[in-house]
Unconditional design. Structure first.
Length: 269
């Protein structure tokens, strides 16, 4: 699937129970989702792949993304190639639509890792290269090394962590900014500005948060849900139209709270 048509509401799959994702992915795809996001560190790639095959949706109609990390020991080119092949094997697919560098950790060596992503693109194993949790400086570095364009940058993004600098970067360089934890693990339910917008439109606070993100160019969202009701509400958020006052109200949230502790991420360097 071309990256230009990446479905803007995807299914995040991080959880403590890998086995639930076969049924969850099948349910989501049959409901209308066409973007599924997983990662090696979620330990559920096998189940996600099974869910795709169990659904009524053709593989080529699903934007499937996964990620790997390089934070234990410095990777060799062979390690990177093996990691990509192992993900494809666990997923049971010939290719993924996006493969992300999950974290730019202290042992992440872009000159070693990124050329292997280019090679995977050339070999047809990876359609698009993505990165996650990068700073603008690390994005600049990656763009200099890669032959393939960066298609997507995945970051924590919600009303309590407004990624203005990274959004501007994504819009300037025309890649997707993919928001994980887009409802701040439910904390948006207690943000007065989000609640006010939700009540105005007769929607949930989660839908208001997602609609706010989707009001911005180059932004996609991957909320995680195991509930069929919440899956449907999340998917329907793309049909919510906020006005300029709604967007400005949530833009004006002054609290800042990062949910994911980046113990080996660039914020701690």
């Amino acid at each position: 699937m071309p990256v230009s048509s990446l479905p803007r509401v995807g299914l995040g799959t991080v959880s403590d129970d890998p086995d639930e994702w076969t049924e969850n992915v099948k349910t989501a795809l049959d409901m209308g989702y066409r973007h599924v996001d997983t990662a090696q560190m979620y330990e559920n790639e096998k189940q996600v792949g099974e869910g795709i095959r169990a659904s009524s949706v053709a593989r080529e109609d699903v934007f499937l993304a996964t990620k790997t990390v390089y934070h234990d020991v410095p990777a060799t080119p062979e390690d990177v190639g093996d990691a990509i092949d192992e993900s494809l094997d666990r997923l049971g697919v010939d290719y993924v639509d996006a493969f992300y560098v999950h974290w730019p950790s202290g042992v992440y060596e872009p000159e070693v890792v990124l050329p292997q992503y280019d090679e995977a693109v050339e070999d047809g194993k990876v359609k698009h290269v993505g990165v996650a949790n990068f700073t603008p400086e690390l994005l600049d570095e990656a763009r200099e090394i890669l032959d393939a364009p960066i298609a997507a940058h995945q970051v924590e993004y919600h009303p309590l962590l407004q990624q203005d600098e990274l959004l501007e970067y994504a819009q300037e360089h025309d890649h997707w900014l993919v928001a994980y934890c887009p409802v701040a693990r439910g904390e948006v339910f207690d943000v007065p500005e989000v609640v006010e917008v939700a009540e105005k439109h007769g929607i949930t606070a989660a839908q208001a948060s997602l609609a706010w993100l989707l009001s911005k160019d180059n932004v996609a969202v991957i909320p995680k849900s195991s509930s069929e009701v919440h899956m449907r509400e999340n998917l329907e958020s793309q049909n919510v139209e906020l006005d300029d006052d709604d967007v400005a109200k949530i833009d004006g949230v002054e609290r800042e709270h990062r949910l994911i502790d980046p113990e080996y991420g660039p914020w701690n360097w």
